[in-house]
Design a protein around this ligand. Sequence first.
Ligand code: HEM
Ligand code: HEM
Length: 321
Amino acid sequence: MPELSEEYKDAVMQSWEEVCKKIRDNGTELFIRLFQEHPEYQDYFKELKGYTMEELRTNKQMRIHGTRVMHALSSMIDSLDELDVAAGIMRKTIDTHFDVNVKTIVQYEDMFALMPQFMKDQAGDKYTEAAAAGWKIVTDVLISVSKERLAELQAQQAAMTSTLSEEHRIGVTQSWEAVCKNIRDNGTELFIRLFEEHPEYQEYFKELKGYTMDELRTNKQMRIHGTRVMHALSSMIDSLDELDVAAGIMRKTIDTHFDANVQTIVQYEDMFALMPQFMKDQAGDKYTEAAAAGWKIVTDVLISVSKERLAELQAQKAAMG
Ligand code: HEM
Ligand code: HEM
């Protein structure tokens, strides 16, 4: 993240303080300018639709919203000495707005594009050259984190709405049923394959450390764990007609594993990467083309929700210090 020089940061803060002396009027003014340039944006606001600009200037809902936006911006400007905090607030803003249908970067770019003229008009001589240069850096950073966050949200939405076709779902379910006929052996087999490819993962398991693969095949702790994993996977496969439930179970799995020190996506990706061959070997002719295509969609969704949940947990952990 680019560092703001002290000079730029102070200049941005001082110009913003000036604008905030008239926070309600100026918040209203900013959105009126946005609506004048892009009348279609007024429609995002249920309570503001249809009013003229003159009416909006005194409309209480407009003034409430303008004031909230200004305070949200202030919370970012106040954090310029810790740019990742400012960026984190912007990410949260993107999340709340995604739910009210503001889903592309264009709206934010259009709003930030108004800033130079807006700041010049409202901050007067506090909008120095240093302030202008500082604002450019700040808005570039905010736009860049916004783009990144929007891409994540859009990918998630695409994954969640790419409902499995009936054919894919049946392929996945029937191949899984075939594998579950031999649930304890196959659960053990899956983890043995994982340990063979990634010996370091055996270390996560207190009770399995140091055993050879042959010993693990009959080790009771291994068979207990393998069976529990298979049942957890079954609970997701059973919910494929309600993908958000399957995703919710995966999120819970991420939570319990976070406490057992499995804290990055890599381990899950490595495990899911084994699935095509594992399913092929264990499900035989039930692993049809439709099943293979369905498994690809399912594991992509599970990896995508896992990534999201891990990012939340990592952020929480970082915040706790
Ligand atoms: C950095 C830029 C922005 C900030 C800091 C911001 C801030 C806020 C805040 C604080 C709220 C109150 C609810 C909440 O906490 O989420 C809000 C609501 C909202 N914002 Fe923004 N906003 C920004 C940009 C935009 C843009 C560009 C649009 C659309 C063109 C927009 C549309 C809305 C809508 C539709 C609501 C819900 C209004 C309601 O019905 O209460 N915002 N915004
Ligand atoms: C979708 C994939 C996975 C599922 C569904 C799953 C499921 C489970 C379940 C049901 C348990 C029992 C405890 C609990 O309820 O949390 C468990 C424990 C555990 N899992 Fe997983 N697991 C998965 C992937 C992984 C991966 C990739 C690793 C490491 C490479 C791992 C390591 C562990 C460890 C260390 C424990 C604790 C074992 C113990 O000491 O009891 N799991 N897992």
